[in-house]
Design a protein around this ligand. Structure first.
Ligand SMILES: N[C@@H](CCC(=O)N[C@@H](CS)C(=O)NCC(=O)O)C(=O)O
Length: 213
């Protein structure tokens, strides 16, 4: 078997989208180097150099198999197809649909509406905070209602899937950035507490990733 080329993850320690990929790489026991892109202070993502890596000028981007792949869900799907074991996908069409409902709620329904890149388009910090907090709160209620139907020990039944990988970073963001009260959402709260203790989320947690100096 040919030796695997070195994988490089361009990421930011506090970025929820980066954490998705970091967690999937961990789940699949893949060795990679994480290169920090400071999206907050230095705004490295806006450089021409980084634009050549990711045209959308956001993290994450993964260099893998001699290619660069951007968009966290495209990366997760590529990993799933090229490194299928352990699988992060349920094994029936209905459960896969349940998984995608949760992924989409996070990836399209919450994260883009609280992304830091929106901030310069608001007149005041307070307006930005109010907007982003509203959509985070609304998203958590949606997730709670979905999880009541789909969850077991994990978001979808009793198997770790991409839904959990999308959920945990977003909830961490809701709690740490917006101080949202997860106790209002008992199912979300139960699953989040247990997932945080699992190695996949503990070892890849921002607290264990070296922040930018
Ligand atoms: N849909 C993209 C979203 C990427 C994204 O919004 N990344 C954020 C961090 S979680 C970012 O780089 N924000 C900086 C900016 O927009 O300038 C993905 O899932 O990869």
């Amino acid at each position: 078997m040919a030796a695997e080329s070195r994988m490089i993850l361009y990421a930011y320690w506090l970025s929820s989208c980066s954490w998705r990929v970091r967690a999937a790489l961990f789940a699949k026991q893949l060795i990679f180097e994480e290169r920090s892109v400071d999206i907050v202070k230095q705004r490295d993502q806006l450089s021409d150099q980084f634009r050549a890596i990711n045209p959308s000028q956001k993290v994450p981007a993964l260099v893998i198999d001699g290619e660069t792949i951007v968009e966290s869900m495209a990366i997760l799907q590529y990993l799933e197809e090229t490194r299928p074991s352990p699988s992060l996908t349920p094994n029936t069409p209905l459960l896969r649909a349940r998984m995608r409902e949760i992924c989409e709620t996070v990836v399209s329904g919450i994260q883009p509406l609280q992304n830091l890149g929106l901030k310069p388009h608001f007149e005041t910090e307070e307006q930005f905070q109010r907007f982003t907090k509203h959509w985070s709160e609304r998203g958590l209620q949606t997730l709670e209602d979905l999880l009541v139907k789909s969850s077991g020990r994990y978001c979808v039944g009793d198997k770790l899937t991409m839904a959990d990988i999308c959920l945990v970073p977003q909830l961490f963001n809701a709690v740490s950035r917006y101080k949202l009260d997860l106790n209002k959402h008992p199912t979300l709260s139960r699953i989040y507490k247990h997932l945080l203790l699992e190695d996949i989320f503990d070892k890849t947690h921002p607290k264990n990733i070296k922040p930018m100096k």
